[in-house]
Structure formats: structure tokens, C-alpha cells
Design a protein around this ligand. Structure first.
Ligand code: IPM
Ligand code: MN
Length: 374
């Protein structure tokens, strides 16, 4: 298997966690005899500093030549005063748009070993396994008009506008991804909207309902976003695939990090476009950058998604996920998932965590190869 992967490590803890993810991919390549190449490129604050642009043309051109794009995180407090179109985050939105993936898959799983990490009681998180399908190229993030009139002498002290806009076609294509995935899982789609207030949500609900008719084996339910925010905390195991527009999915997928115990655990994959984009859900966490405290598991689980969705290496993807489970079960914890007083836990750094997953993975791949050899 040949795979060329653009590596856009970005800002803050991005490079540290991405490094661990790349090490895991290298290990899979070596153990399985695959040919993976990695193309490091600038994005976000580091790109602004080096070139003046959050998404330099050189990055975009090179990324478009790759089979997959693996991203770390973008965002740096030193650019907080810039307007949204100049900030590091603008580079991320531009590359999302250029790669064309519209379905952002964000699994949120309750790992048994982390049951005590969630502020939710273990009996609440037990068996929770939600897959968010977040629409990634529409809604308030990309709708126009958008502007901020900063003129303080204007009536009302200035004015700003963003536009939530969806076409039916945009809803239909992401809904199809949700139903396809649900039909291979627990066969339930929960579509999230605010149809009691927003026309966009009424269109959303009608389009999703229409797509649902093609999937009679999948149960479709609609939830309003406010009540959904509560329900996923109350009974997370009730949800299988959760389909959302862009901003609702941004918010709810962070909230669902509570189920897992840490935002640092959550991976994502964006599919449907010319080139898939892979990024952990967490941000650049500038406050802990360079301290070795960052949790690389979100990035490592993102690497598993690269193998699953861009290389069709399902066994290896599952082996990485199992290795993460093994390492957690053995009590290894980065700072974000460590519970001070808990016995049997060992605090480890970012790189130590990466090595532990690597070891567990190598053992399981060895076992698999030995079984095949018999
Ligand atoms: C995410 C992030 C991004 C988003 C930001 C950094 C633009 O919060 O991937 O969830 O809002 O999509
Ligand atoms: Mn977010």
C-alpha cells in the first residue's frame, strides 16, 4: 500500500501530538510492508509567521498532490487581534474548503479504563459510542454576507452579520454519509436542528427526512439542538450517528468530549471531497505547548482514521484503537486524563504515551502475523 500524507502540524501542541501520530503510521508501514511518505507543510500561525499567510499557496499546492492530509492544530494567542480572515483559523477553513470534504466524522467513545475520568457517572457513560457527522463546509462558517462594521459612531454602536445558509443539495449529501455509516453501526440517525425557530433548520429537517426514506432499516429521529445538548449528557448510549450542521456539530462534539473524559482523546476525519482531511478535535492549547503534557491519543486515533478511510487498512486502524485501549487499561495517563489520587495510574509525557501505544501496537501486529504464519 502506497500513501503520500501531507503533515500540517500547525501551532501550539500540534507538532508534538502529530509527531506521535506520524510515528505510529511509520510503525504500521514498517510492520505491514507499506510505503507511506510524509510531506511536512506550514499551516496556521506558524505559516503566518513564516510567509504572512495562514494557508500559503505552497502548502495548498503540495497538499493537493497528496492522498491524505493530517493536521495537528491551529491557533495562537498572538494573533487574537486579527480579523477572522487573517487569523490562523482562516487557514484551516480555507484548506477544508479546498480539499472539499463536507462530512466531518467525530467519534466519541467511552473507554472503560477512563470511566472515572468523566465528570459524568460511569453508569451514565457506560457503552456510549456516538459518531458525530458534522457538516463542514456550510452554515455560519461560510455563509455570506459576513462582515463587522466597527464604526462606533454608527447607530447602535456598529453592527456585524454572519449568515447561516444551506442548500438542499448540501444537506442531502452529508445526510447520505450519516445514513450509510449508521446502516453499518447500530442503525440510528439523530438529526440535530433548531426547526422551531430557523428556516435553515426546517429545510435541513425536510431534506434529512427525504434521504431517510432510502434507508428503511435505519431509524431516524430529529432533536432540537438545545435539548440535544442535554440528552447527550443524560443518556449518551441512546445515540448512534448524530448528524448536525456545522456550528451545532462544533459545539456538541466538544461537549461529547466529556463522555470520553478529555477533549485530548477525540479524533476526526473529513470525507466526501477530493482529499480526506484528518485532524484531532482538540485545539492548539498554547498554555501547555512544549511542556510534554499534551495528550497524543486524539492525534494517534486520528492516524487510525487515516488508515481506515484513506488506505482501507481496517485491521491496522482497529489495531491502533485496541492498542490505545490496552495502554489506558494498563494505567498510563497524560496529565489531562490522570486522576491525582487514583492508584495504579502512571503519569506519562506526550512522547512516552506515543511509545507505549507503539509497543502495544507492535505486539498485536506481531501476534496477527504469527497467527497468519501458522
Ligand atoms: C474544530 C475547531 C475549528 C472549528 C476552529 C479552529 C476553526 O474548533 O475543528 O472544532 O470551529 O471548526
Ligand atoms: Mn471545535
Amino acid at each position: 500500500m502506497k500513501l503520500k500524507i501531507a503533515i500540517l502540524a500547525g501551532d501550539g501542541i500540534g507538532p508534538e501530538v502529530t509527531n506521535e501520530a506520524v510515528n505510529i503510521l511509520k510503525a504500521v508501514a514498517e510492520l505491514g510492508g507499506h510505503d507511506f511518505t510524509f510531506v511536512p507543510l506550514l499551516l496556521g500561525g506558524v505559516a503566518i509567521t513564516a510567509t504572512g499567510s495562514p494557508l500559503p499557496t505552497a502548502t495548498l499546492d503540495a497538499a493537493l498532490e497528496c492522498d491524505a492530509v493530517l493536521l495537528g492544530a491551529v491557533g495562537d494567542n498572538k494573533f487574537n487581534d486579527l480579523s477572522p480572515d487573517k487569523r490562523p483559523e482562516a487557514g484551516l477553513l480555507q484548506i477544508r474548503q479546498a480539499l472539499g470534504g463536507y462530512a466531518n466524522l467525530r467519534p466519541s467513545i467511552a473507554y472503560p479504563a477512563l470511566a472515572e475520568n468523566s465528570p459524568l457517572r460511569p453508569e451514565v457513560t457506560k457503552d456510549a459510542n456516538i459518531l458525530f457527522v458534522r457538516e463542514l463546509l456550510g452554515g455560519l462558517y461560510f455563509g455570506s454576507p459576513r462582515w463587522w462594521n466597527r464604526e462606533t459612531t454608527a447607530p447602535g454602536g456598529g453592527e456585524a452579520i454572519n449568515t447561516m445558509r444551506y442548500t438542499k443539495a448540501e444537506v442531502v449529501r452529508v445526510a447520505r454519509v450519516a445514513f450509510e455509516l449508521a446502516s453499518k453501526r447500530r442503525k440510528k440517525v439523530t438529526s440535530v436542528d433548531k426547526a422551531n425557530v430557523l428556516e435553515v433548520s426546517q429545510l435541513w429537517r425536510a431534506a434529512v427526512t427525504e434521504v431517510g426514506k432510502d434507508y428503511p432499516e435505519v431509524t431516524l429521529e430529529h432533536q432540537l439542538v438545545d435539548s440535544m445538548a442535554m440528552l447527550i449528557m443524560n443518556i449518551p448510549r441512546n445515540f448512534d450517528v448524530v448528524l448536525t450542521e456545522n456550528l451545532f456539530g462544533d459545539i456538541l462534539s466538544d461537549e461529547a468530549g466529556v463522555i470520553t473524559g478529555s477533549l485530548g482523546m477525540l479524533p476526526s476525519a473529513t470525507i466526501g471531497g477530493a482529499i480526506n482531511l484528518y485532524e484531532p478535535v482538540h485545539g492548539s492549547a498554547p498554555d501547555i505547548a512544549g511542556t510534554g503534557k499534551a495528550n497524543p491519543l486524539g492525534a494517534i486515533l486520528t492516524a487510525a482514521m487515516v488508515l481506515r478511510h484513506s488506505a482501507n487498512l481496517e485491521q491496522d486502524a482497529a489495531a491502533i484503537e485496541a492498542a490505545v485501549g490496552t495502554v489506558l487499561a494498563a494505567g498510563h495517563r497524560t496529565a489531562d486524563i490522570a486522576r491525582g489520587s487514583a492508584t495504579g495510574q502512571h503519569l506519562v509525557s506526550t512522547t512516552e504515551m506515543g511509545k507505549l501505544v507503539h509497543q502495544a501496537l507492535a505486539q498485536s501486529i506481531d501476534r496477527r502475523q504469527a497467527m497468519h504464519a501458522v
